[in-house]
Design a protein around this ligand. Sequence first.
Ligand SMILES: *[C@@H]1O[C@H](CO)[C@@H](O)[C@H](O)[C@H]1NC(C)=O
Ligand SMILES: *[C@@H]1O[C@H](CO)[C@@H](O)[C@H](O)[C@H]1NC(C)=O
Ligand SMILES: *[C@@H]1O[C@H](CO)[C@@H](O)[C@H](O)[C@H]1NC(C)=O
Length: 237
Amino acid sequence: METRRLLCVWFFLSAVPEVSCSYPTKTCARFDFPTLNGAILSVRENSSVVIPFTIIDNGCDVLGDFTIRVTTSSGDYCVIKGKKGKCLRVLGPNLACLCAAKKGTFSMTKRISRHDNGAWTFKGNWGTGKRNIFLNVTYPRTVNQLTIGGTKQETEFFKEGQAVDVECVWDQGKPRRNAQLFHHGERVRSRTVKTTKKGQVLRYSISRAECEDAGKITCEVPGSSLNRSATILVDCK
Ligand SMILES: *[C@@H]1O[C@H](CO)[C@@H](O)[C@H](O)[C@H]1NC(C)=O
Ligand SMILES: *[C@@H]1O[C@H](CO)[C@@H](O)[C@H](O)[C@H]1NC(C)=O
Ligand SMILES: *[C@@H]1O[C@H](CO)[C@@H](O)[C@H](O)[C@H]1NC(C)=O
């Protein structure tokens, strides 16, 4: 256990020597996260995280009169005010901070959204020892929609020579992966054209449908929770 040492400087400029004392700048107290293994925490979107934390005091008695503020990357925060190690008031819109029975131990709880991804800051009114932890919010990839010739039918008829436009809307998730389009089980050249609220849009076109184009079209994202497919039928002479 470290103890706080007072640093004093004597001034002999005036008749009566003056003394000025200050604490050397060092971390008075620091945050400790007993359940965190490193500074990055991977969590799934919509899950609830509970992060216990304690204050390790290096002898400055920071919990004598304290304010702790936890701020998420999305700007949500909670504030704990207390005296003599005990909590007096806890505020927290959208972020719940709790004081544990044991002095100097706290925890915070939040239902995670994808906007919570990034650095969360833990700061005390004693100034030093601010800590950041990083939330790595993950969410699944999914194929939201597959349209062929502008419709969502499972089977779509085309005449020979007609153009066939395929569009797949997918959510790339995090970690990100790109969607792929398959025609007859073979990957086809497609391009991502835009990002909408529903997800990203991938397109593939057959300029003139031929008999042998009849078959299955699939839109897949590796590890996706949902892939989609539809069938092209070509009316051949
Ligand atoms: C975030 O979590 C995912 C899934 O657990 C992992 O693959 C990725 O490497 C993590 N990223 C960081 C920066 O830790
Ligand atoms: C989390 O909840 C939102 C809103 O209810 C929903 O749109 C989203 O798909 C959910 N994400 C996961 C990973 O379940
Ligand atoms: C969707 O396809 C990918 C391969 O591209 C696969 O990894 C994933 O498991 C599939 N998802 C489902 C629900 O079958």
